[in-house]
Design a protein around this ligand. Structure first.
Ligand code: FDA
Length: 396
């Protein structure tokens, strides 16, 4: 059967693109091997989908070409998606750092996207395996797809198959293989927005802190910083600060932890010496940090607990370092099993930033997470799906 546009992947990016192309009068088919569209949307944001971020902009994306996201993010902004939600009566709430979540359920987002696709006359075909893709002979049939449900042809082929995170939800490397088949470079992939695992000694030491969450500043070796919460788990460390920094971390590198963000720790220690000289360090620190953490930090660094007035200059300097610049060497990450995103992917140098079309293969488009564009935690990844899907939808 012949189509103008075939989109592989009925996720966030694929559904957005499909509706836009449909509204332009294109005959659009969306294929997916799953039995339900938008499964990652449904489980995202703890079931409430953090669907965008008011502060979305190129600064919040990792991409080998830092300029690539500018055009699409400017043409389809967070505000455009918010207005789409409002037109469909979706209630939402704003949390810290500009993050917008559904008040009710992530199902609302899938409902909106499906409604838009219905209105635009898009056909959705689920439970379909794509067995092969070949280049066709004529312009109207540039691509020939052999699927588990027959042969299909199309003029524009959009790859929206996402990344490798959450394999149990059916993530596949299909998009990367297809890019390679057509001669497009794919940048190495790895798990992003993912908890760290710890080396045995650290894991044993910190096991009893499991469940403690506190605000910190985490710094990666390249200087990237995030000021959010860190959570000790029975496997390692997690929480927003850790997920964020994991996208900037390479195996073998350390991360630095400031346990007292927003405090002038040198001044604080000096104040305790003068005002509370008889009070022990643990007691003073215990007013600002969880007591179990204080004990563990002092034990690990060999700093003696004694009355504040007994600390000398050298010891105070060591304490400042311990509290504001503590080095931790993660063992690794929990990998794609729990990662929210995949770093790397189809190299954006091979794509047009205006249309998402492959420069060397007319009619072939890549959108969403399959590309080498990864957002911070906080709704930025969905915004990339909306923006890249929307712009491609104007050209396919
Ligand atoms: P997506 O993965 O959504 O869709 C790809 C589609 O392609 C799927 O339907 C899949 O079945 C289909 N497919 C794959 N291979 C195929 C093949 N070989 N043949 C046919 N079909 C195939 N982001 C955010 O901004 N806010 C949030 O709150 C969250 N929360 C969140 C929680 C969790 C647990 C995870 C794992 C991820 C998030 N994310 C997130 C990230 C976000 O979910 C992700 O970036 C987008 O879903 C990516 O959308 P895509 O449309 O690119 O791919």
């Amino acid at each position: 059967m012949r189509w103008d546009v075939i989109i592989i992947g009925a996720g966030a990016a694929g559904l957005m693109c499909a509706a836009q192309a449909g509204y332009r009068g294109r005959r659009v088919l969306v294929l997916d091997n799953a039995k339900q569209p938008g499964r990652k949307i449904l489980i995202s944001g703890g079931g409430r989908c953090n669907f965008t971020n008011r502060l979305a902009g190129p600064h919040a994306y990792l991409c080998a070409n830092p300029h690539f996201t500018k055009s699409a993010l400017a043409r389809y902004r967070a505000q455009d998606f918010i207005e789409l939600m409002e037109r469909h009566g979706v209630e939402y709430e704003e949390r810290d750092h500009g993050q917008l979540f559904c008040t009710d359920s992530a199902k609302e987002i899938v409902r909106v996207l499906q409604t838009e696709c219905d209105w635009a006359g898009v056909t959705l075909q689920l439970r379909t395996e794509i067995l092969s893709v070949a280049q066709g002979a004529v312009d109207e049939e540039r691509f020939v797809l052999h699927t588990s449900r027959g042969e299909l042809t199309c003029q524009s082929l959009v790859v929206a198959t996402g990344g490798l995170s959450l394999p149990k939800l059916g993530a596949t490397p299909f998009g990367y293989r297809l890019a390679e088949q057509f001669g497009l470079p794919v940048r190495p992939t790895r798990a992003g927005l993912v908890p760290f695992t710890l080396h045995t000694q650290d894991k044993d030491d910190f096991a009893e802190l499991s469940g403690i969450s506190l605000p910190v500043i985490l710094t990666a070796e390249d200087g990237q910083q995030f000021s959010e919460a860190l959570l000790f788990t029975h496997r390692g460390i997690s929480g927003p600060a850790v997920l964020q920094i994991s996208s900037y971390w390479q195996a073998g590198q350390a991360v630095r932890i400031n346990w007292l963000p927003g405090q002038d720790v040198s001044a604080l220690l000096a104040d305790w010496q003068q005002q509370h000289g008889a009070a022990e360090l643990k007691t003073c620190l215990g007013r600002l940090l969880p007591k179990r953490l204080v004990e563990k930090l002092l034990e690990r660094s060999g700093v003696a607990n004694k009355p504040m007035r007994q600390y000398g200059h050298g010891e105070l300097a060591a304490l400042v370092q311990l509290l504001t610049d503590w080095r931790l060497l993660p063992n690794g990450t929990e990998g794609y099993r729990t990662a929210e995103v995949t770093l790397g992917g189809v190299d954006t140098d091979a794509l047009s930033s205006k249309t998402m079309e492959a420069k060397a293969v007319p009619g072939l488009y890549f959108i969403g997470e399959v590309m080498d564009v990864t957002g911070w935690l906080g709704g930025f990844n969905f915004q990339w799906c909306w923006s890249s899907g929307w712009v491609a939808g104007q050209f396919v």
